[in-house]
Ligand binder design. Structure first.
Ligand SMILES: Nc1ncnc2c1ncn2[C@@H]1O[C@H](COP(=O)(O)OP(=O)(O)OP(=O)(O)O)[C@@H](O)[C@H]1O
Length: 231
């Protein structure tokens, strides 16, 4: 479970998260939704320890990690697929994947075969440079890199931006399978409603750095969509 209590976050003088409270249940598929600039990426970066929390507390699986360094996140079982993918373009696919093997949590020194079963194209492209892959292939690599650590929680920031429909479907199927077969918690920042509805069973809607509505995905009605998501 990921729990935030009264979290505030500021970039210099600009406050982005305001007394934010949030609970994400272990084993759930949870979507964080809201318009551009409401603070979704900032929230994920705080959870990942990439941005410091100004005040408030953040706990993961019952452990207070408010002050824990970013290196601790993989060790406590959190994998992160950042917005824009952030793979290393000069390194090969294999080298990108192997970077995750340096983490203490991953005892094996070989890339788990199930990563290739989920994303077969990566096996064919092991010696290609990351920068030479298509956007969809890079996104598969970014997700695979997070999965090498065998995380309990997989956090993804808009994984479908600029990706062709057949890869969007593949990513949807992979996320559902990981949740169903491994019980992996899926936390997804997503603006596209059909994808959010297909993957998420819970939603949290954000507005101006706070959660203003939460519930089961079936409760995300037209009124909420019109008020907080439609452009
Ligand atoms: N490094 C930064 N320094 C200052 N302000 C920032 C920085 N990064 C983001 N912001 C601001 O913080 C606010 C929240 O940004 P954030 O990226 O968290 O929103 P978001 O909901 O993820 O939006 P999007 O859907 O566009 O990614 C925005 O107003 C943004 O301009």
């Amino acid at each position: 479970m990921i729990e935030l209590n009264s979290v505030n976050q500021k970039y210099g003088g600009t406050q982005i998260l305001w007394d934010m409270n949030l609970k994400i249940e272990a084993g759930s598929r949870t979507c964080i939704m809201g318009r551009n600039g409401v603070g979704k990426t900032t929230l994920l970066k705080c959870i990942m320890g990439l941005l410091p929390v100004s005040t408030g507390t953040l706990s993961i699986n019952g452990k207070d990690v408010t002050k824990a360094s970013v290196e601790k996140r993989p060790e406590i079982g959190i994998g992160y697929v950042p917005q824009g993918r952030d793979i290393f373009p000069q390194l090969t696919v294999e080298e990108n994947l192997k970077l995750s093997l340096n983490c203490k949590r991953q005892k094996s020194k070989t890339i788990p075969e199930d990563v290739y079963e989920l994303f077969p194209v990566l096996k064919e492209m092991l010696q290609r440079r990351g920068g030479d892959l298509s956007g969809g292939q890079q996104q598969q690599l970014a997700i695979a890199r997070a999965l090498v650590l065998n995380p309990d929680v997989l956090i993804l920031d808009e994984p479908n931006e600029g990706i062709q429909p057949n890869i969007v479907q593949l990513i949807r199927d992979v996320l559902l399978k990981l949740n169903r077969e491994k019980g992996m918690t899926i936390v997804l920042v997503e603006q596209k409603l059909p994808f959010a509805r297909a993957v998420g069973e819970k939603f949290h809607l954000m507005e101006k750095g706070q959660v203003i509505a939460s519930g089961d995905m079936v409760e995300l009605n037209d009124e909420l969509v019109g008020k907080y998501l439609a452009v």
